[in-house]
Design a protein around this ligand. Structure first.
Ligand SMILES: [Zn+2]
Length: 234
């Protein structure tokens, strides 16, 4: 099978992380989580470390601060970090599920030549998970992750009293990214910068599948599986 690139778009809290993990597991595709990739890169950064792209030097500490406060990391830096992973996986013959990228037209324009050359238009599938703004705010402000593996813990009657991760026993914490002020900023960025991408993909002849994201994890996943199965048959 020729490798596929599957992209997930949606507001913070739409369930991109959960659904892309499930899909990657079901299809046995590796999954790239952009925020985790960046976080790992920033953690490894030496004080004062810079990366040079097209003659411009980017200070990693500065990029980390943008990321931490809910602003977008500068485009060339994200594209460099993500692009290298995509190329590596494509060379290994792997399909990829990508979560959290691209977030803007500018990012996608920069990345497009690479992914078109590798995967091709017909093998790039975009899943847009659509939710209401109130749902986004509620889900983000109630979300927790574990300290050890960053397992996301959904807010459900069965899980709301938990203080330890059910998988590994480490402590559950709220992310800085999910503080109310940061959530608002992230939602604004989503509307202004990410949503216009849907039209951009359509203009490029790349298929976009809109999935209703208000239902349970299982219901949303079923819709996604249906859309993907159909797309891969055509
Ligand atoms: Zn855990």
């Amino acid at each position: 099978m020729q490798p596929y690139l599957i992209l997930f778009l949606g507001a913070p809290g739409a369930g991109k992380g959960t659904q892309s993990s499930l899909l990657a597991e079901k299809l046995q595709f590796p999954r790239i989580e952009t925020s985790k990739l960046l976080e790992e890169r920033f953690k490894k950064a030496q004080p004062g470390e810079q990366i040079e792209i097209d003659g411009t030097k980017y200070l990693l500490e500065e990029q980390k601060e943008r990321w931490r406060t809910g602003l977008l990391v500068e485009v060339p830096v994200v594209v460099r970090v993500v692009g290298e992973h995509l190329q590596k996986l494509y060379r290994e013959g792997e399909s990829v599920v990508l979560d959290g990228f691209p977030r803007t037209n500018e990012q996608m324009k920069r990345l497009l030549p690479t992914v078109l050359e590798a995967f091709g238009k017909k093998r790039i599938l975009v899943l847009y998970i659509d939710i209401e703004e109130e749902t986004a705010v509620f889900r983000n402000s109630h979300r927790r992750i574990c300290e050890l593996m960053r397992h996301p813990i959904l807010y459900l009657p069965e899980t709301k009293g938990l203080s330890l991760c059910p998988f590994d026993g480490s402590k559950l914490a709220t992310r800085e990214l999910d503080e109310p002020e940061v959530i608002k900023k992230r939602l604004r960025v989503f509307h202004e910068e990410t949503l216009p991408l849907l039209d951009y993909f359509k203009d490029q002849g790349i298929a976009v599948y809109t999935i209703g994201g208000e239902g349970s994890v299982a219901d949303v996943f079923e819709s996604i599986t249906e859309a993907i199965t159909q797309a891969m048959q055509t």
